[in-house]
Design a protein around this ligand. Structure first.
Ligand code: ARG
Ligand code: GLU
Length: 679
């Protein structure tokens, strides 16, 4: 590959690491422009005029989306729209399998409960708080009489406080989605993997009242008119081109000490991976035997497998980079520097001691979550247990609703098999003296964790009788089992922080440590860790050297889809229409020439620093035009939540030209494209 060497040099020469605050992007703009960005800082974010930020939304709580028309048309990932598409589907209208394309506004389908949030403004309120204003007062002032919501979130472990004001729209409708065989092509097999061929997009529209304001669903609502929407570029991309990602990354911990890295790589990830391997093996085996089970457990399997695969890549990456050792060396330098500064001299020792104290508790919480809470019946039994504790009347209707919520697509034999193994793992990994007393008694009585679970499953009425009387609920062994863990559940709450390092007993030291780091390492550009607020990442379109002599190029095409296509492999079975289009080569205006052949671009790689939550984020070129939708990272990049390595960390996007191709050629919904500004 001609470019390999040059491009790797190029990416290491520029700072692709970082998730920057939009309102401070001025500090990065010189470098961005050097890399090919053509706009100004206030085109990205402005308090006074429409800017690109007005075209970006937080979608449904955990993802990002972007406006692509003046009439509220919104793009996000297929996997972000998945829950909505599933909710609107039925046996007669299976939009997951068949896709859906609204032929008119009247056919756009309201999704109950789905919301999108637009950032109205962000502001550093550290000084206002220091001057005596209260957080409550600030937020009230910002939201008085305008229907906005506000939150104040700490950054740099509380050294600064950021105010975010949002406007949340609650009439959001499904406009179009490809079939899962395109939107989820490659499934869990290709998840976190390059080369990738997933058409991971879905289309929604935001509706507002006549004043363009948020409103409950109503037939009288009209398409929302965003202050800005993205123009779409079909000019294509080349290796080395500037890219920017504007979205809502969720959780990184770039500044933690070696103790925290060791905890993730050596304690938490191995335990979580091992427990999920057990669950996945049990589910996969049952799925292979029975089609109905494969369908019923598809979403659960995907959910469990997503983080399972990510953690493996993360642990491997941390080890390969030697992150903990590097951090230790860095901390030694810091300690030498801090030795004669009384305010910092003992800091690392205090942090180390705090970790020693908190880690066993935090680990117990994570173990409890992965094992006991990994039992499928747990949530339903917990709901009954809580209702009973609170003396609520668990009517037949309420029980029916809870059964629907917790026991849909549930298979008792799978649940039992998983529960036997999960309780055994929990018991084996917990310090004996910390086991709940009733569990210890049951273990003594029945002889093993497996026998305890069998006894519960043999005698429960939860799956066979409904509605259950108050007495039967109280006496049920599954409900009682949940009761054994009352203390564990309380402890669970006490340690329910984003990361180990955010547990207050540890976090309090980080506030000083971050401050000290910025004095100690004063050349370094510190960006705040991701916390589900709007950020800018920028980098270049680029492949990477995956192994010695093995360069992965930046672009995949339809030819790669056809090469993977196999009607006998569920993840690789494409719709017949895609096969036909490939055969006819009737690609219309979406055709490109690749290696001398007529083809269609599908996915591309770039070096932007992204994380979970960036799914659905707009990928922009130097002019701020939309060139793709972000949806994943490569497996070997996933340690970037803790250490970003510019030579190997790559985000994966679906090329906007493939999105348009699918809308036009597969969906037959070309009229949607007319609504966009396609360049
Ligand atoms: N890895 C991507 C993310 O972290 C996509 C997940 C959805 N896809 C799947 N096959 N499970 O969310
Ligand atoms: N798929 C992830 C998400 O849903 C984004 C991939 C990543 O973690 O970078 O947010």
């Amino acid at each position: 590959m001609l470019c390999a060497l040059a491009c790797i040099t190029l990416t290491t020469a520029t700072a692709d690491e970082g998730m920057w605050l939009p309102n401070r992007i001025k500090e990065r703009i010189k470098e961005m422009r050097k890399m090919g960005f053509k706009l100004k800082a206030d085109d990205i974010y402005s308090d006074n005029k429409a800017s690109l930020k007005d075209a970006v939304v937080q979608f449904g709580g955990g993802c990002t989306g972007e406006f692509i028309s003046s009439e509220g048309l919104l793009l996000t990932n297929h996997h972000c729209g998945y829950g909505s598409i599933q909710m609107l589907s039925s046996v007669e209208h299976d939009y997951l399998t068949d896709g859906y394309w609204a032929k008119s506004r009247a056919e756009e389908l309201h999704v109950p409960g789905l919301t999108v949030s637009l950032l109205v403004k962000m502001e550093d309120v550290t000084d206002r708080l220091a001057a005596g204003e209260t957080a409550k007062g600030i937020m009230e002032k910002e939201t008085e009489g305008n229907g906005y919501t506000a939150e104040i979130k700490p950054i740099y472990y509380g050294n600064q406080q950021m105010l975010y004001v949002y406007r949340t729209y609650r009439d959001v409708r499904l406009v179009g989605t490809p079939p899962s065989s395109i939107g989820k092509f490659g499934g869990d097999t290709d998840n976190w993997v390059w080369p990738r061929h997933t058409g991971d997009f879905s289309i929604f529209r935001v509706y507002a009242n006549a004043e363009n304001e948020p409103a409950d669903y109503s037939e009288n609502n009209v398409p929302y008119r965003p202050a800005r929407h993205f123009e779409v570029s079909t000019k294509g991309i080349d290796e080395g081109d500037f890219t920017m990602i504007y979205g809502f990354p969720g959780n990184t911990q770039e500044y933690v000490t070696a103790d925290a890295v060791d905890y993730v790589a050596k304690m938490a990830n191995p335990m979580k991976i091992a427990l999920r391997t057990i669950r996945l093996d049990i589910i996969s085996e049952a799925q292979a035997k029975d089609v109905a089970t494969r369908i019923a457990y598809a979403a659960k399997h995907a959910n469990i497998a997503n983080a399972w695969k990510k953690w493996q890549g993360e642990s491997l990456g941390l080890e390969r980079l030697g992150t903990a050792e590097k951090k230790r060396a860095y901390e030694a330098e810091f300690a030498a520097w801090a030795a004669d500064k009384p305010q910092y001299a003992n800091l690392l020792d205090s942090m180390h001691a705090a970790y020693s104290e908190v880690i066993p508790h935090y680990f117990e919480r994570e173990l409890f979550n992965e094992s006991i809470m990994g039992m499928e019946f747990f949530n339903y039994a917990y709901w009954l247990h809580l209702g009973q504790m609170r003396g609520e009347k668990l009517t037949a209707d309420k029980q029916a609703e809870a059964r629907e919520k917790y026991l849909t697509d549930h298979n008792v034999a799978i649940d039992r098999a998983i529960s036997r193994r999960m309780l055994a793992e929990y018991v084996a990994r917990m310090p004996k003296e910390n086991l709940p007393a009733q569990l210890a008694e049951a273990l003594a009585k029945h002889g093993s964790a497996e026998a305890v679970v069998d006894n519960i499953f043999d005698n429960t009425l939860l799956f066979t009788e409904y509605p259950l009387t108050k007495e039967k609920i109280a006496a049920d062994p599954m409900v009682q089992f949940v009761g054994w863990f009352a203390d564990a559940l309380l402890k669970n709450r006490d340690y329910a922080y984003r990361n180990l390092s955010n547990v207050p007993a540890i976090e309090k030291w980080y506030r000083t440590y971050m401050k000290a780091l910025r004095e100690f390492d004063n050349e370094r550009a510190f960006y705040p860790d991701a916390n589900f607020t709007l950020r800018v990442a920028y980098g270049t379109v680029t492949g990477y050297e995956n192994a010695d002599g093995e360069y992965h190029t930046h672009l995949t095409t339809i030819d790669g889809i056809i090469a993977k296509d196999n009607p006998n492999i569920y993840d690789y079975d494409i719709p017949q229409s895609l096969r036909d289009t490939y055969k006819s080569k009737d690609y219309g205006r979406w055709a490109i020439t690749q290696n001398g052949k007529k083809s269609v671009p599908v996915c591309f790689l770039a070096s932007n620093h992204t994380s979970g939550g960036n799914s659905g984020s707009p990928v922009l070129n130097g002019k701020g035009e939309l060139i793709g939708i972000n949806f994943d990272r490569t497996w070997r990049s996933t340690m970037s939540d803790i250490e970003f390595d510019p030579t190997i960390c790559r985000n994966i996007s679906v090329d906007i030209r493939y999105v348009l191709f699918v809308i036009d050629r597969i969906g037959g919904a070309g009229y949607l494209i007319e609504e966009m500004d396609v360049k």
